[in-house]
Design a protein around this ligand. Structure first.
Ligand SMILES: Nc1ncnc2c1ncn2[C@@H]1O[C@H](COP(=O)(O)OP(=O)(O)OP(=O)(O)O)[C@@H](O)[C@H]1O
Length: 257
C-alpha cells in the first residue's frame, strides 16, 4: 500500500480553513489566545503540544462545536458558526454506536452527510472493502478488535467525502503495529477521497509522517512554540534521513520548552 497521495488534490473538493487571531476558553479561563493558522485545501496540518494546551479545543472550534471568543474561524472564507457535514470529526475514543452493526454505523454516517438513500448501501459496501473489513459488515463493534473498530471510525469520518476532517488522536489507543497500518490506511484513503485534515497527535513520528506542516502549541495562553514545514510530506524514503531527524529534533525541542 502506498503512503503517498496518488491523485492531485482538488481545491474544489477540499476546504481551506483560516484561524485568525482566535481566542477560545471555558468559563473564566482562556485556553487559546491569539492563534493564527492557515490550512490550505487538501493539506494535512498536525497539531501537537503539551497535554492540556488546547489541541482538542482548537478542533472543537473548527468543527463549530465551541464558539470562539475572539478572532474568526473561516471555512472557505465563511465564518464557522455551527457544525457542518462538510467538517467531520474523528475521535480517539470509541464513538461507534454499539448496538449498530459495522454496516449500519457507516450507513448512518452516509445519511448524516446527505448521501441519497439509494446510493448509501453501495457506498457502505465500498467503505467496508476499503477499510479491509469485507465479511464483517454484520458484526457489532463489541465483536471487533480495537484496530478494526478504529477502521470503522475512519470510514465513518470520511464517508460521504467531507471537505475537511478533524482528527483528535484517532490512533492514540492502538498498539504500534496497528497504528502504523492505520496511518497507511488513512493516507491511502485520503488519496481516493481528497480532504483537508487537521490531525492532533502526541506522537512526533506520526506528525512527521502525516503532516505538510506540524504546529507545536504552547501551554494554555502561551504563543505557538514552533511551526515546522515538512519539505517532502508523506515520502517514506525520507524517514530517518538527516533532514527529517533535524525536523524531529526541532519538534521535540519545542515540545520540551
Ligand atoms: N469542557 C470543558 N470545560 C472546561 N474546561 C475544559 C473543557 N475541555 C477542556 N478543558 C480544559 O481546557 C484545557 C485544554 O484542554 P484540551 O482538551 O483542549 O487540551 P489538549 O491539548 O487536547 O489535551 P490532551 O493532549 O491532554 O488531550 C485544559 O486545561 C482542559 O482542562
Amino acid at each position: 500500500m502506498s503512503t503517498a497521495r496518488t491523485v492531485p488534490l482538488d481545491p474544489a473538493t477540499a476546504m481551506r480553513l483560516d484561524l485568525e487571531d482566535i481566542r477560545i476558553g471555558y468559563g473564566d479561563s482562556t485556553v487559546i489566545d491569539g492563534l493564527d493558522l492557515v490550512v490550505g485545501a487538501g493539506e494535512i496540518v498536525v497539531l501537537t503540544g503539551p497535554s492540556g494546551c488546547g489541541k482538542s479545543t482548537v478542533l472543537r472550534a473548527i468543527a463549530g462545536l465551541l464558539p470562539v471568543r475572539g478572532g474568526r474561524v473561516l471555512a472557505d472564507g465563511d465564518p464557522v458558526v455551527t457544525t457542518s457535514r462538510d467538517r467531520a470529526m474523528v475521535f480517539q475514543e470509541d464513538a461507534l454506536h454499539p448496538w449498530r452493526t459495522v454496516r449500519k454505523n457507516i450507513l448512518l454516517a452516509l445519511a448524516l452527510r446527505g448521501v441519497p438513500r439509494q446510493q448509501r448501501r453501495e457506498h457502505a459496501e465500498q467503505w467496508i472493502a476499503e477499510i479491509g473489513l469485507d465479511g464483517f459488515g454484520d458484526y457489532l463493534p463489541k465483536s471487533l478488535s480495537g484496530g478494526m473498530r478504529q477502521r470503522v471510525q475512519l470510514a465513518r469520518g470520511l464517508a460521504g467525502s467531507p471537505r475537511a476532517v478533524l482528527m483528535d488522536e484517532p490512533f492514540g489507543a492502538l498498539d504500534a503495529q496497528t497504528r502504523t497500518s492505520m496511518q497507511e490506511l488513512l493516507l491511502h484513503t485520503l488519496a481516493g477521497h481528497p480532504s483537508t485534515v487537521v490531525f492532533v497527535t502526541h506522537d512526533v513520528d506520526e506528525a512527521l509522517l502525516l503532516g505538510d506542516r506540524v504546529v507545536v502549541l504552547g501551554r494554555a495562553g502561551e504563543p505557538v512554540r514552533a511551526v515546522v514545514d515538512i519539505p517532502h510530506p508523506r515520502d517514506p524514503r525520507r524517514r530517518g534521513d538527516d533532514a527529517t531527524l533535524r525536523l524531529r529534533r526541532t519538534i521535540l525541542d519545542a515540545l520540551e520548552k
